[in-house]
Design a protein around this ligand. Structure first.
Ligand code: 6PG
Length: 222
């Protein structure tokens, strides 16, 4: 999985002058980022990539919970990535201010397609409850918001997060899901095989025609 994604990124940066990518957070990308920093330093044109996020916890950038902090530790601190190419969500601000700031950033910093910000790649994970980015099942209506991003609330911790909405995610040229672990297998099966009430999961709302699901063995129902 990790090498597939590394090769994918390498080809993107060879074929394009600029690659705008929205990263996912959580724990799954950590191992991918570690591998990229160790094995793809030379093959990926890192200075062509501009880094955004699909979501960010409303915490300061140095907080262990911060997706930026995780990415800095496992990727940016190990590779020649210019700060000018990092557009982090300002989790240290009050949520509504962070939301307003990021709405302006993605509106101003990205090309448009159909009047909407255009990412070349949106990297997504999936929670074991079927959430993606920070659109959770209990507030799945956020997915269809008319806004470019919204404030999501973690169902158990109550943690506020800034998240892209469905119309921006599905506007991307390509979407890559990175999903690992046995605890995800049932939801992956329900969504990819369109079983039962699978549409209640935000991850199921992602445009399948543009999505590449990278799964480890455990995440596949045996
Ligand atoms: C986040 C992520 C979130 C994540 C899933 C899966 O901010 O937590 O963007 O959508 O991708 O929760 O997380 P794990 O990779 O930790 O299972």
């Amino acid at each position: 999985m990790a090498r597939f994604f590394g090769d994918y990124l390498s080809s993107l940066t060879q074929e394009n002058e600029q690659v705008n990518i929205a990263l996912s957070g959580g724990s799954t990308p950590e191992t991918i980022f570690d591998m990229l920093s160790q094995e793809y330093r030379e093959t990926v044109n890192w200075d062509k990539i501009r880094f955004f996020w699909g979501d960010e916890r409303c915490v300061p950038p140095g907080d262990p919970e911060s997706n930026f902090n995780m990415t800095h530790q496992h990727l940016f601190s190990l590779l020649p990535v210019s700060e000018n190419n990092i557009f982090r969500i300002k989790g240290e601000l009050p949520p509504q201010e962070a939301l307003k700031d990021y709405r302006e950033v993605i509106d101003n910093e990205l090309p448009k397609n159909g009047g909407l910000p255009l990412f070349d790649v949106v990297l997504l994970g999936m929670g074991d409850d079927g959430h993606t980015a920070s659109v959770f099942p209990h507030e799945i209506d956020l997915w269809d918001s008319s806004e470019l991003c919204e404030i999501g609330t973690h169902p158990t911790s109550g943690q506020k997060r800034v998240t892209l909405t469905g119309k921006v995610i599905n506007n991307a040229r390509e979407i890559v899901f990175l999903v690992t672990g046995k605890n995800k297998a049932e939801k992956v099966d329900e969504i990819l095989n369109e079983k039962g009430d699978y549409q209640k999961y935000p991850a199921a709302r992602v445009n399948r025609d543009k999505s590449l699901w990278l799964l480890d063995q455990e995440a596949v129902v045996s």
